[in-house]
Design a protein around this ligand. Sequence first.
Ligand SMILES: Cc1cc2nc3c(=O)[nH]c(=O)nc-3n(C[C@H](O)[C@H](O)[C@H](O)COP(=O)(O)OP(=O)(O)OC[C@H]3O[C@@H](n4cnc5c(N)ncnc54)[C@H](O)[C@@H]3O)c2cc1C
Length: 488
Amino acid sequence: MTVAQVKAISGTNLFRRLFLTQKKGKHCRSLQHRCLPTNEEGRGRERYHAGTVTTCTMQRQLPILICGGGIAGTTLAYWLRRGGKSSVIVERAPTPRSCGQNIDLRGSGREIISMMGLEDRVRKATTTEDGTAIIDQKGRHWGSFPMQTKEKGGSISAELEILRSDLASILYDATKDDTEFIFGDSVEAIREKEDRIEVQFQSGTHREFSLVVGADGIGSKTRALAFGDEATEAYHPLGLYQAYFSIPNLDTGRWARWLHAPLGRSLLVRPNGKGGTTVLINWRRDHATIERHLRSSGAKEEIARGFEDIEWDIMPQLMDGMMISEDFYGAEVAQIKLNSWSRGRVALVGDAGYCPSSVSAMGTSCAITGAYFLAGELCRHGCYVTAFREYESSLRKYVGDAQKLMPSETALQNPQWMVGILLIRVFATIISYLNLQKYCVPDDRPEDMKLGRYETKNKPKTQRSYGDSTSRLQRAKLHFRLQNEFRN
Ligand SMILES: Cc1cc2nc3c(=O)[nH]c(=O)nc-3n(C[C@H](O)[C@H](O)[C@H](O)COP(=O)(O)OP(=O)(O)OC[C@H]3O[C@@H](n4cnc5c(N)ncnc54)[C@H](O)[C@@H]3O)c2cc1C
């Protein structure tokens, strides 16, 4: 049903809707929905949907479909399972997509990973970065920012810096035993029924689910299917193009080094924790140019040409490494901003619903935190409308803060002229000398998020998730903490 149709029907039934609101139900965020009172078992919950009363409960025998088996998708499946709900993940890639480079785990994202019992595995897989230094073409350090710790607070290098590929594998391992995965397929069409949602897959198969959750990243097809034109309007490009790749046999040390060059260019070179280097290239371009580059197969050549004037001693190795890299990944930096994260029986989580962009360094933490809250609310409420509303109200502020960028932040980070670069270097020197970095870098405070509020029913099948290397005492402590958290 289109938004226009819903609006028309809503108008003709305005009187009845107002009556329902006042006499019986709580007001739900979405215009189409009206929650009615429930009995204790969650039965009798209904929603008033475009003129007909349909149930808003989730069919117990039908699983929830999660589109996308990335960070948000696997975390959501994990916590749904812990709360007693089954889910199916459909992932477009033919196998678990364990690729991607340095990502940060901060604040509540880090706490949730710890509540999943995965912190040890994540710590073992960190990239062993000591910190980040702003350098010039001669390799001189201008400002040096040691890694963030809980005590010292925020830094450019988070306490848990891990390759996306490693985190994706750890989360897949923690989920795969109790969740059905469908690889190499995706959702083609969705049709809402009275008490369920019918899904047509690209492979031609049809299946029914109680709900659909889009966890399919910034370019989410689920968003497009459920939100129509609003999905396109939600995409806000930030005028920056990024390319990631790794060079397995090049060791550039344990410090991340960030070199700025005129014309809005910069290079960030970091250890990958495996004796190699990951490279991030930033390039400020207008939207049309970025689009053209990303779609062309000559993106590597274009970058090599655009960066050939930079005289840094490791530049030839970086460019040669890029040309033969197999994990080259180019992306436009953008944010997703929607007025609501759900439409009917479809909700969005992670980058699909509220990507804060890589510039914020909060994308992965937002995805993990969002998945945790969505799962918790779906397991707590029999009515999905209430669950979606609670999920959104718990997370709106957190996501809003994560999406807050300085005006023209991408331009300030990648200046056009040498004078801007000099300002960055002087500023970095002062911040580093006066040790003010914690005031300049985002980090949420997990205590504000009231984590551990949800009751869980199932233990994960994968006992490894309690930590391979933890001692019995550590495991007992962790178990005790989890029990307490879930009771609260
Ligand atoms: C291959 C890859 C590499 C990345 N590398 C980096 C990086 O180096 N640094 C960084 O900061 N961020 C990177 N990101 C983004 C980062 O993972 C996310 O910003 C963040 O972790 C939020 O996670 P998410 O689960 O919401 O989205 P993602 O991690 O983007 O996961 C989305 C998942 O959905 C799948 N998918 C997409 N479309 C469909 C569809 N139609 N049907 C089914 N499945 C679909 C994708 O294959 C992917 O597995 C990368 C993402 C991907 C997919």
